[in-house]
Design a protein around this ligand. Structure first.
Ligand SMILES: Cc1cc2nc3c(=O)[nH]c(=O)nc-3n(C[C@H](O)[C@H](O)[C@H](O)COP(=O)(O)O)c2cc1C
Length: 414
């Protein structure tokens, strides 16, 4: 699965809010992502931003007048919603939220929503007292009951110079929810636990042992699982990455903290994917105070950390899918098969950390997938695309099938 937005018909409904100008940037991004964007503006929205702005950025005519004469062939008030793959209502005003909750069809945006069966993502934006009013909250509950995805507004300073919740969320967050409603809902009702990033094993408050993992592969897997509808817990060592939208991130530092967090989250998980690069060893002793350099011995005493993957394999419940990662520089297939069996895994992704286009700190990856039924060499591609392909195999494993394309004895090069 490549760009989920390409070729999708997305109706963006813009209401009369001071935040309407922000959505111009969102429409521009959707058009760059090759979506077909139809903007529907309420009359009040036109008081804040001109239709010309949205027309220029979407590359399409903007719709606002339900009674515009378009001839008998076209009826925008039905057609826009009927042909949509998804509806994004942003900013959603208190007024339009109330109208939608009541099932009104008083303007083009309202009729479009009523006539549509496509998923709706709605971003309320308003003064925080308007947002917190029981009427608005009851209306939003009703829209949730209709199955609409309602994004919580951000908090902060508002245009009305009041602090509080009611600001439009960041586009990166909204885009992920939109991607989720456009993606196949194969993991709805499933809990997926992903571990990512390195661990840090402290020598003292200033120094630690760690590794080169950036966390990018694990974060891409968490995002891909979220897009397919899963509830995702991301147990993450220290990385420079921001938390993916909709994912519960549990930050940890050491291998021991990682073990405790992953094993707790995994207890009721349907899928556990261990993409973290957990340190195998830690300093045998950790000093509470910074050790003077003159007192550091030339040889460091190490203690072995727990093998989290092995413990997960031992505790694996019936039906749970356990996926491991192995960073190797040689003997990829043999190592993958050995670890798969030794740790009771369903799938292992063997990473070539010797290559230039895969492994640590780079955006691309090339992995060899080894399952109980065979092996498959994935092409060198982005970590996002690799994550999508791994999630495809996880979906097949959950369905009881052998992971698609993994053919016994097929050639492999990593
Ligand atoms: C300067 C200004 C800013 C406004 N900002 C918002 C807002 O952020 N959210 C909101 O719900 N209403 C806001 N309103 C009120 C709406 O524009 C008004 O309720 C309008 O009827 C909404 O119509 P619509 O839902 O058809 O777009 C604002 C009004 C003004 C004058």
């Amino acid at each position: 699965m490549g760009n989920i937005f390409a070729g999708k018909n997305i109706v963006v409904g813009v209401c009369g809010s001071i935040a309407a100008f922000k959505v111009a940037g969102w429409v521009s991004d959707l058009a760059k992502l090759e979506a077909q964007v139809s903007v529907v503006m309420t009359a009040a929205a036109g008081r804040f931003v001109t239709p010309l702005t949205f027309a220029a950025l979407s590359g399409n005519e903007v719709h606002s007048d339900m009674f515009a004469d378009r001839g008998q062939e076209r009826m925008d008030h039905i057609g826009l919603g009927r042909d949509a793959d998804a509806l994004l209502i942003a900013p959603a005003s208190a007024n339009t939220i109330a109208a939608l909750a009541a099932g009104l069809a008083g303007d083009l945006l309202q009729t479009t929503v009523l006539a549509s069966r496509a998923p709706v993502v709605l971003c309320p934006a308003m003064n925080s007292r308007m947002y917190r009013h029981p009427a608005t909250q009851a209306n939003l509950d009703r829209l949730r009951h209709f199955g609409y995805t309602i994004l919580d507004p951000d908090s902060g300073m508002m245009a009305c110079r009041e602090e509080g919740e009611g600001r439009l969320p960041e586009w990166e967050m909204v885009r992920e929810y939109l991607a989720r409603v456009l993606s196949p809902p194969q993991l709805v009702g499933r809990k997926v636990v992903v571990s990512a990033g390195p661990t840090r094993e402290p020598l003292d408050p200033a120094r630690f042992l760690s590794n080169r993992s950036s966390g990018k592969m694990g974060y891409a897997l968490a995002r891909a699982a979220f897009r397919r509808g899963a509830e995702v817990v991301l147990v993450s060592g220290p990385t420079a990455l921001s938390a993916p939208a909709g994912v519960r991130r549990v930050p940890v530092q050491t291998a021991e903290e990682m073990a405790v967090a992953v094993l707790a989250a995994a207890a009721d998980a349907d899928v556990v994917i261990k993409a973290a690069a957990v340190a195998d060893f830690r300093p045998a002793e950790t000093s509470r105070e910074k050790v003077k350099k003159e007192r550091i011995a030339a040889t460091l005493q190490l203690a072995r950390n727990r093998d989290i993957l092995r413990e997960l394999g031992e505790r694996k419940a019936a039906g749970q899918i356990l996926v491991g990662f192995a960073a190797e520089s040689a003997d990829f297939l043999a190592e993958g098969q050995r670890k798969l069996a030794a740790k009771n895994l369903d799938l292992i992704a063997v990473n070539d950390i010797g290559g230039t286009g895969s492994g640590f700190e780079v955006d691309s990856n090339q992995v060899l997938l080894v399952s109980r039924t065979g092996q498959e060499s994935l092409p060198q591609t982005s970590k996002e695309h690799t994550a999508e392909m791994i999630i495809d195999r996880v979906v097949a494993l959950l369905a009881g099938a052998s992971p698609g394309g993994v053919v016994p004895g097929s050639g492999c090069q990593v």
